[in-house]
Unconditional design. Sequence first.
Length: 64
Amino acid sequence: MKRSLQQYLEDALTVGRSSFEQTEKERHYRELLAHLKGQFGAAVIEDEDVRWVYGQIEAMIGKR
């Protein structure tokens, strides 16, 4: 199933607001990043919007 960039960002924000332990949140963020890479491929580097969303989710890893 193809997801929009907005959906990826909303999912990451939902994880951030969840009551999961930090390690579990980070696992979910990494899964989102892997799916994003799988769906958009080289666009993660080349497309400004995709790169921005990827960076936003990546920045959530390690936040408390």
